[in-house]
Design a protein around this ligand. Structure first.
Ligand code: ATP
Length: 254
């Protein structure tokens, strides 16, 4: 079976800067895959192209057998690409469940032309959305805070809500952009456990950008290393730890 995500010779320039330069990589079904590299290496730019936030300057993205390279940005969630952002992007006055429902609504489709059955269908979709949101709340163990405004929660819990919102669109792949940045050790370990559960229990593959090397080495099946926009290595955690180019460019820093 072909890879779930296949990126070929992808590039992105901003003016004279080649933020991503001729990068090719794949994410297989069932994999937890990480992209690592120094600050400014091009990791977020790569994520933004895969999730439709940015259009590539060159190259190709095939997702689940479909060419998504130049797909309209609002179609990505419905196509099955879920993501979190480096900086929290939640509605701070909304409750936990409301924020998760926002993610679900991105996924819902309605045929407004079919006016006769529109409202009945919308009601059924809304009920299904609420049920799915409740299941996600249970899965992420945030039942007790489901009706609390997100703005008053700890950073770790807010990140869990963001994970819930990304899961609400029933993604076929989940892109996590520095999901444990700014968290204490306990919060990071919690999130790592949920990432593993998302793969094991929900069967959703993960592609993550992460600076926390302990989390990356502990939970990744496969790692891609980016430096100055170009991929310099790919391999299992043990292969990456032992790669002299990676140690020189990145791991040696820490
Ligand atoms: P970090 O680990 O610090 O988040 P990163 O690996 O995610 O960094 P990017 O944010 O993708 O790196 O940035 C890659 C390069 O592209 C940097 O030189 C950055 O300044 C530049 N860049 C990113 N976005 C833009 C933009 N919108 N306009 C101009 N330059 C940009």
């Amino acid at each position: 079976m072909s890879a779930l995500l296949e990126i070929t010779n992808l590039s992105k320039s901003f003016g004279g800067i080649k933020a991503v330069n001729d990068v090719s990589m794949t994410v297989e079904r069932g994999q937890i895959c990480s992209v690592i590299g120094p600050n400014g290496a091009g990791k977020t730019t790569l994520f933004n192209m895969i999730s439709g936030v940015l259009r590539p300057s060159a190259g190709k993205i095939i997702f689940d057998g479909q060419d998504t390279t130049n797909m309209k940005p609002w179609k990505y969630a419905a196509a099955g690409v879920g993501r979190t952002f480096q900086n929290l992007a939640l509605f701070s006055q909304g409750t936990v469940i409301e924020n998760i429902l926002v993610g679900r609504h991105v996924h819902m489709k309605s045929n407004a032309l079919d006016a006769a059955i529109f409202w009945g269908r919308a009601r059924r979709e809304e009920m299904a959305a609420r049920q799915r949101a409740e299941e996600i709340v249970d899965f992420l163990e945030i039942e007790e805070i489901r009706d609390m405004p997100v703005g008053g929660l700890s950073y770790g819990l807010q990140k869990r809500v963001e994970l819930g919102r990304a899961l609400a669109c029933d993604p076929k792949i989940l892109l996590l952009d520095e999901i444990v940045a700014g968290m204490n050790h306990e919060e990071s370990e919690d999130i790592a456990r949920f990432v593993l559960d998302i793969r094991e229990e929900l069967g959703i593959p993960i592609l993550m950008v992460e600076h926390d090397m302990k989390i990356v080495m502990d939970i990744s099946d496969y790692i891609h290393v980016i430096n100055f926009g170009s991929k310099i290595a790919s391999g299992t955690p043990d292969e990456i730890k032992a790669n002299p180019d990676v140690i020189k460019a990145y791991l040696g820093e820490s």
